[in-house]
Design a binder for this molecule. Structure first.
Ligand code: GDP
Length: 443
């Protein structure tokens, strides 16, 4: 997943700090030097890095940190807040016009994922009981129209197309009329991209924008292209009044620089992230949740939202409370795992669990469905009492679990340790945030 290198490096910096107890100004400076390097290596724009480190420094050198008994935690908290700010602070939602249809114009280079993203957005809107219409205005890329039509059929959203012999401006104009006539409350116009920014592409999309007067001009950029994505965003923003950016391919092993720089450089909020090729691989972009994932603190809220389709809201709330108060038992773990399996690729889901980065970073731990099956077998071999009270698991019981689940004793020990670490970490986070922090997390 994206940010893996950055995430590991930052977590290393912080665990070094944690080992120190009280911090001196030198300790903080040294940590910030490493944070700076980690960000640069993650391909974050150097000016952005400079500003970021200066801001963190200003806050971290304050008396509060140096005199605190838990200085490392305060530093993590500062970095968390600044990362959140860097990515836009709060979630920026999709526009909604009070004179429907709300028109969304999709812009971007070829291959960035515009057509895919148009489909994903349409599917999301449909699931929110809207009546979206897709318009196929990319007449240049071979098969782009067909691709949108196939997606439309798959997600059951109508696609307006006039073939590739009619100008994109005319297609967009007629699509808008069609949406009005057919009571579609959202119109998503998929436009043509080029391999590079060029005059005629810009001219054309500007004309389309003049014709359909969009409520939203979303620039789709490929997060895998790093700094280039930010340059593209800057160029587009000079020509078009972008209202937001959509980052695609955040599921890949992108270093994450684009996600961390694009808002600061262009001022455009990131509205969505594409997390895969499938139509439901879309996440509304929440800066605070992304920051939390980068810092290995997980993203329980997104996880819970994803789970909501499968489990009822009360249960989800209860699970979140248990995690926060560290009442989480092995049974809860098992139940959570069953739910999690329904939610999507395991490595993406794992990134949403606090401390999961560490688990993934261990060379001998494979994070895949098979591994999860083995872990589940360990829990299933436990008695009811053991599941509720991990402290009962003495060596002879662990030996029994290993034999019963087809694992080695080391495997069992490792799993129990990870489980306990997770509980401990949750407890730390919740006490660090206090009731106020927990409330902020909910909003
Ligand atoms: P367009 O030229 O901008 O319309 O780009 P497409 O929508 O055709 O996407 C280009 C390629 O990127 C296709 O193979 C898509 O399946 C793939 N793609 C799009 N979005 C994502 C994403 O979020 N993750 C991954 N892994 N692939 C994506």
């Amino acid at each position: 997943m994206a940010f893996e290198g950055l995430s590991t490096r930052l977590q290393n910096v912080f665990s070094k700090l944690r080992g120190k107890g009280k911090l001196t100004e030198d300790d903080v400076n040294e940590a910030l030097r490493e944070v700076r390097l980690a960000l640069l290596e993650a391909d974050v724009n150097f000016k952005v890095v400079k500003d970021f480190v200066a801001k963190v420094k200003e806050r971290a050198i304050g008396q509060e940190v140096l005199q605190s008994f838990t200085p490392a935690m305060i530093v993590v908290d500062i970095v968390n807040k600044e990362l959140t700010e860097l990515m836009g602070g709060t979630q920026s939602k999709l526009a909604r016009s009070n004179k429907p249809p709300t028109v969304i114009l999709m812009a971007g280079l070829q291959g960035a994922g515009k057509t895919t993203m148009s489909g994903k957005l349409a599917k999301l809107l449909l699931s929110q009981n809207h009546r979206p219409l897709l318009a196929a205005a990319d007449i240049y890329r071979p098969a782009a129209i067909k691709q949108l039509q196939v997606l439309g059929e798959q997600i059951k959203v109508p696609v307006f197309a006039l073939g590739d012999q009619v100008s994109p401006v005319e297609i967009a104009r007629q699509a808008l009329q069609h949406a009005k006539d057919h009571n579609n409350d959202y119109l998503i116009v998929d436009t043509a991209g080029r391999l590079h920014i060029d005059e005629s592409m810009m001219e054309e999309i500007k004309q389309i924008a003049e014709t359909v007067d969009p409520d939203e001009i979303l620039l789709v950029v490929d997060a895998m292209t790093g700094q280039e994505a930010v340059n593209v965003a800057e160029s587009f923003h000079k020509q078009l009044e972008l209202t937001g950016v959509v980052l695609t391919k955040l599921d890949g092993d992108t270093r994450g620089g684009a996600a961390l720089s694009v808002k600061a450089v262009t001022g455009c909020p990131i509205k969505f992230a594409g997390m895969g090729e499938k139509m439901d691989a879309l996440e509304p972009f929440h800066p605070e949740r992304m920051a939390s994932r980068i810092l290995g603190m997980g993203d329980m809220l997104t996880l819970i939202e994803k789970a909501q389709a499968g489990i009822d809201a009360e249960k989800a709330k209860e699970m979140e409370r248990k995690l926060r108060t560290a009442e989480f038992t092995f049974d809860d773990f098992l139940e959570q795992m069953e739910q999690v399996k329904k939610l999507g690729p395991l490595d993406q889901i794992l990134d949403m669990l606090p401390g999961a980065g560490k688990l993934k970073g261990m060379k001998d731990v494979k994070v895949d469905d098979k591994q999860m099956g083995r872990v589940a077998a360990i829990v299933r071999s436990m008695t009811k009492e053991e599941r509720a009270n991990p402290e009962l698991l003495n060596p002879s019981r662990r030996k029994r679990l290993a034999a019963g689940s087809g694992n080695s004793v080391q495997d069992v020990n490792r799993f129990i340790k990870q489980f306990e670490d997770m509980r401990k970490m949750m407890k730390q986070f919740s006490s660090m945030m206090g009731p106020k922090g927990a409330k902020q997390m909910k909003n």
